[in-house]
Design a binder for this molecule. Sequence first.
Ligand code: ADP
Ligand code: MG
Length: 383
Amino acid sequence: HAACQQENGHPRHLLVLVNPYGGTKRAPKIYTRHVKPMLDRAGIRHTMRHTEHACHAIEIGATLDLALYTGIVVVSGDGLLNEMINGLLHRDDWEAAAQIPIGIIPAGSGNGLAWCLGHFQVEKAVFHLIKGHTTPLDIFRAWQGPKVHYGFLCLHHGLIADVDIESEQYRWAGAARFTLSGVRRLLGLRRYPTRVWYQPAAAYDENRLPATARTLPEDDVDAANAAANPKIRSRCPVSQLERYPASARLPDDPASHGWKLFDGESSIALALNAPWTALLRHGSTLCNTSSRRFTPPNHTALIMWRGGSWCICFRLHKRLIGPFLEPEKAAHIGKPWTRYVLVKNAIFEFADDRGVLNMDGEVLPHVTTAMDMMPSVMRIYSM
Ligand code: ADP
Ligand code: MG
C-alpha cells in the first residue's frame, strides 16, 4: 500500500484529465464512480481537470508545471492522450516532460491503447495505475514539412481512417459508431492511389543515407489544411521544429539505399505502432510478438491493403470483412492482397486530396507525411 503512494521516492500526485465529450460522454461519471474513490482509498493524491474544448490537452501539456505532478492520466479515448503527448513533446524541456509517466483510463469510443495494455475495464486500468508499474512506450513522429505531430498508436489513410472520422456523427452509439460507419463505407469501398516509401527494418541504417538526401516536397501544410472540408480539417495547430531528421528524407536514388515503394491503389494504408488499433489487430506471426506485446522497439508495422478488382465483385467478401469480425485471427497477414512489413520509417504521398489522414483517431493535414520512430521515449502505466 505504502509503496504505491511513492514514485521515485516522492509522494505521488497525479494530474487526471477528464474529457466530458469523449465516447458517450460518460467520462465524468467514470471519474466520480470509479477513478476518484479508488485513488482516494489507495491514498494517492490527484488533481482532476475537465478539458474545456478540443485541443485543450495540448495547451495543458505544453504549459503545466512539471514539478507538480508525478504522473498524468487521461480519462478518455486515444485522442485526448494524443493531444497531451503533443503538448508535452513540443515543449522546449520535452526530454524532462517525456519522463513523466502517462496513463489512460478507457472512456472514449475507440480505446485502442487501453485495449493494447489489457485495460478492458475501467477498474482494471485504475488498479494498474495505483500499482504504478510502467512500460516503455515508443512514440512516432509524423513530419509534415518542418511541423511534427507525435503519436503512439497509428498513422493511416483509407478505410479505417474514413470510418473513424465519418462516424463522429454517431458518437451517441459508443464503439458501435465504427460498425455503423464501417458497413456503410465497405459497401461504398474507396480505393485511393497511394505511394508509400519505406525502408524495411532490417535494411534500415540512418547513417547510410547519402548527404544529398533530398528533403521531401514541402506542401504548404497550413494552406492545405485551411482549404480542406471543415469536417475533415485538422483542428489542433502544432508548432514548428528546426530539425528535420535524415530518416524522414528520401535519397536521390532510393532503391539503392534499401527504400521500397508501394505504388498503387490501396483501401487502407496503415502504420501501426501497437498490437491493436481499436478495430484491427496486426497479427502475431510476422511481427514476432505474443498477443499483447507492442512491436519490437523502434519498429512499426506497415500494412498496405490493396483494393484489387475482386473488391468490386465481392465487396462483402469475407477477405475484406473477416479481419474486422475476427481480428484476433490476423487473417489479413501474409495474404496476396496485403503487404505487411516491419519498418522504422515510411513516407506517405497522396495523389489527390481525397480521404482523411488520421493519427490516433485525430485528423492531420492531408499532405505528404514522413513517419519515423522515437523508441521508448515515454512510459505508460500498465500491468
Ligand atoms: P473518442 O474515443 O470518443 O474519440 P477522444 O479521447 O479521442 O475520445 O476525444 C475526442 C475529442 O474530444 C478529441 O478530439 C478532443 O479534442 C475533444 N475534446 C476534449 N475536450 C473537449 C470538450 N470539452 N468539448 C469538445 N471536445 C473536446
Ligand atoms: Mg478519438
